[in-house]
Design a protein around this ligand. Structure first.
Ligand code: UD1
Ligand code: UDP
Length: 438
């Protein structure tokens, strides 16, 4: 089986690294394709070094541009490479433009797509990332979802539960594998004293940094929080906008703020895991913070990672200066509040997501379920029924006996994921018969 992996930005490199490791460990054939969306050394190459990844076999070299131009160029370049490489499956990760272009290019060539970190939804279609992940999920065949919550988002959109694999998030694999390496190799902590209350700050989301009022409001909060030692590795998009809106020098002049270039992964991981709290609008950081028991204040009004908020490790503070400073100070003044945030349970799994991703992919490939051939039989019209089950029977046994697919399971009004071994006694079940393809 030949796997093509498409990536283009910093978080994709980090989160696909454990999957690439797993593929290499098993000696499987693979091709690594970089779209070139991130191209600065510290936004791309540094992560290949830190994570000991092989150099990409192809780099489409799209660089920066408008969404339309970037996506068009990626589609053209990826199609060409995929036609040449003929992989059995294409894997994409997350919600960047590479995911949109990669999934679309592949499915149009009838190559099955596996979406790592599928099913996340912020329900905010003004976010470019929301459109990217939704389009990618429409194009995908296989969904590797981090949590049951994301699995249910996909069920609600009609995805076949058999193709939804709850694996955990590979970000945990990356954190657990690399934190020990980071403590050995990185000397980032030598720049701080024992008494510093380190705050790891990152900011790059378009809706924050392209909007001068929001950016100004966040920076005002940062400037006010003098009781912390705020470490701010600045994303290139953010740096440009801070300079454009005249805010960069204000940060430079603040003694409690340390501005840096984007940091390497090992340095950043060590810094983050030793932080008093995280201030961020990043997706990955919300997950890493809860993995390392560091309280996270998310500089957004919504999140596609609601599990972190429900678990108690993450608070949405938006771009509101008072919400940001008030919550940060409460963490300082109210130890019980901080302890509760630190004790939040990590919803993203046990650090073995990448093993599950590869194992399940191999299983479905063996079972012949990854095919994308055109139908050669006349379809039978799908029909759906809601039934109440009063016997001990599992999802897979019911599906086999009745020749149906179990689409949804309801328990006292709550939706459950129809895992194959779930006992359906006492539950309401939406079944579907017919020859629908996914
Ligand atoms: C992209 C993703 C975002 C992800 C983020 C991770 C999309 C739509 N956005 O946002 O989901 O969270 O990456 O960091 O795919 N730039 C450089 N050097 C680089 C890369 C970018 O200078 O190596 C500058 C350019 O001015 C560019 C701007 O940053 O125009 C934005 O880059 P872009 O790749 O369009 O989006 P990100 O904000 O990085
Ligand atoms: N990160 C890093 N150096 C930095 C900032 C972030 O290595 O200076 C890592 C961080 O550990 C996380 C990832 O980059 O794994 C998050 O990327 P980003 O915030 O750019 O994207 P998002 O997750 O929001 O898509």
């Amino acid at each position: 089986m030949k796997i093509a992996i498409i990536l283009g930005t910093r978080p994709e490199i980090i989160k696909m690294a454990p999957v690439i490791d797993e593929i290499r460990k098993r000696g499987m054939e693979f091709v690594l394709i970089h779209t070139g969306q991130h191209y600065d050394h510290e936004m791309s190459d540094q992560f290949f070094i830190d994570l000991e990844l092989p150099a990409p076999h192809h780099n489409i070299g799209v660089g920066s541009g408008s969404h339309g131009a970037m996506t068009a160029e990626m589609l053209r370049g990826l199609e060409e490479v995929l036609l040449r490489e003929e992989p059995d499956i294409v894997m994409v990760q997350g919600d960047t433009n590479a995911v949109l272009a990669g999934a679309l290019a592949a499915v149009k060539l009838h190559i099955p797509v596996g979406h790592v970190e599928a099913g996340l939804r912020s329900f905010d279609r003004t976010m470019p990332e929301e459109i990217n992940r939704m389009v990618a999920d429409v194009c995908s065949k296989l969904y590797y979802v981090p949590t049951e919550e994301s699995a249910i988002n996909l069920l609600m959109e009609g995805v076949d539960p058999e193709m939804i694999l709850i694996t955990g998030n590979t970000v945990v694999d990356a954190c657990l594998r690399n934190i020990e390496i980071a403590s050995r190799k990185s000397d980032i902590l030598s720049e701080f004293s024992e008494d510093d209350r380190i705050v790891a700050l990152t900011l790059h989301r378009a809706e924050n940094v392209d909007n001068p009022e929001r950016l100004r409001s966040i920076i005002d909060a940062i400037l006010e929080l003098e009781e912390f030692r705020i470490v701010f590795p600045v994303h290139p998009r953010t740096r440009k906008n801070l300079e454009r809106f005249g805010l960069y020098t204000m940060l430079q002049d603040a003694a409690h703020v340390t501005l840096m270039k984007p940091m390497g992964y090992l340095d950043f991981l060590l810094l983050l895991s030793n932080s008093f709290m995280v201030l961020t609008d990043s997706g990955g950081l919300q997950e890493e913070a809860i993995t390392f028991n560091v309280p996270c204040l998310t500089l957004r009004y919504n999140t596609e990672r609601p599990e972190t908020v429900e678990a108690g490790g993450n608070i949405l503070v938006g771009a509101d200066r008072e919400m940001i400073t008030g919550t940060a100070r409460r963490l300082l003044e109210d130890p019980d509040f901080r302890r509760r945030m630190m004790e939040a349970e990590n919803p993203y799994g046990d650090g073995h997501a990448s093993e599950r991703i590869i194992e399940e992919t191999l299983r479905l490939h063996r079972e012949g379920k990854l095919g994308m051939e055109a139908p050669e039989e006349v379809m039978s019209i799908p029909s759906r029924r809601l039934i109440h089950v009063e016997e001990d029977i599992t999802v897979s046994d019911l599906a086999e006996r009745e020749d149906v697919s179990v689409r949804m399971v309801y328990s006292a009004g709550e939706i459950l994921f129809p895992a194959p071994d779930l006992n359906l006694r006492g539950l309401d079940v939406l079944i579907e018969s017919g020859s629908r393809r996914n």
